[in-house]
Design a protein around this ligand. Structure first.
Ligand SMILES: C[S@@+](CC[C@H](N)C(=O)[O-])C[C@H]1O[C@@H](n2cnc3c(N)ncnc32)[C@H](O)[C@@H]1O
Length: 307
């Protein structure tokens, strides 16, 4: 009995020692990520993110940036933000880490039929006007600029497909761009969580959304006809870009909200350069063009037409 108890005791002691060692390792690991980012590193990151991606990063975002960087530190086996900063600015980091940085600092929140008033304006005003102006003579070009995981261009694809069904000969094609390669991969897969289907009106869901055959997967996929109308491409708005063909409609919603006013104006000017006269620009409901001198006239609070 005594021997047994001793054995049990020594097993208990060993287990306790192992637990304590594990706890120390864990707390060291935690400390590693609890360490604060120095102001100097934050300022370097902030300047880089603003100049390369347009995204403003004021000091109030430091904690957010810190927490978003943790995954990268872990993936790279680095133990401090200082080391990560050195890496990001090194020649190797400039080549290999910039895309990860984009994925980490961008906000990709989006929904199907987000800001639904815009789709009402498209159906009631914009599409009939375009159809009247061009009829079957021209393919209508749409651009979802800052498309995130694809819900916006696929919503446009559904709305335009419906219009085309009611108006024989109406042709359209959608370009969808984003700065983040990772989010574009998701967009191109066109696969979403089952709950996302709730954002789509019942009749369109029936027509254009495929449910996974395996109910345990709880996934949906956009129908091929809807996917085939959308072409995805990577584009950073901070570059000097010119699209091959000017567009008829540009949707750029909930993107410039992260940019400062000067950067916003430069970007909207680039959009105007890539929009046909009479073409339409849709911006997010919390965004505005007030005070900017642009060749646009306002049709509704967040809908504009190229003059
Ligand atoms: C919040 S999402 C908006 C998605 C969609 N337009 C909507 O309204 O639901 C913003 C998107 O803008 C992209 N973005 C941010 N900075 C960008 C830049 N400099 N160039 C191109 N896209 C950018 C992000 O990657 C992100 O996917």
């Amino acid at each position: 009995m005594v021997k047994d108890r001793r054995t049990t005791n020594s097993m208990d002691t060993n287990a306790a020692a192992q637990k304590a060692a594990e706890a120390t390792r864990m707390s060291q690991k935690m400390c590693l990520f609890k360490a604060e980012m120095g102001n100097a590193e934050f300022e370097r990151f902030s300047r880089l993110i603003h100049s390369e991606f347009g995204i403003k990063m004021p000091p109030s975002k430091k904690v957010l940036l810190q927490s978003r960087f943790q995954k990268r530190l872990r993936a790279l086996g680095l133990s401090s933000y200082e080391e990560y900063c050195e890496y990001v600015f090194s020649p190797e980091g400039q080549e290999r880490e910039r895309q990860h940085l984009v994925d980490v600092v961008t906000t990709n929140t989006t929904h199907f039929f987000r800001e639904p008033k815009h789709y009402g304006i498209l159906n009631d005003m914009v599409l009939p006007a375009i159809w009247k102006r061009h009829g079957t003579s021209k393919e209508i070009l749409l651009w979802s600029a800052g498309c995130s995981s694809g819900e916006e261009p696929y919503t446009l694809s559904m709305v335009f497909s419906e219009f085309a069904e009611r108006n024989q000969g109406f042709r359209f094609s959608i370009l969808a761009t984003d700065i983040s390669r990772q989010i574009l991969q998701k967009a191109m897969s066109a696969v979403y969580a089952l709950e996302k289907a709730d954002e789509i009106p019942q009749d369109l869901k029936k027509k254009y959304v495929l449910k996974s055959k395996n109910p345990e997967k709880r996934l949906i996929k956009m129908d091929r006809a809807i996917r085939n109308r959308v072409r995805f491409s990577q584009l950073n708005f901070m570059e000097n870009f010119r699209l091959q063909t000017p567009q008829d409609i540009i949707f750029c919603r909930n993107v410039v909200i992260y940019f400062d006013r000067g950067t916003q104006e430069v970007l909207f000017r680039k959009f105007c350069d890539n929009l046909n006269p009479g073409g339409y620009l849709f911006i997010g409901h919390s965004e505005s063009l007030s005070g900017m001198t642009l060749p646009l006239r306002q049709l509704a609070p967040t809908v504009f037409q190229r003059t």
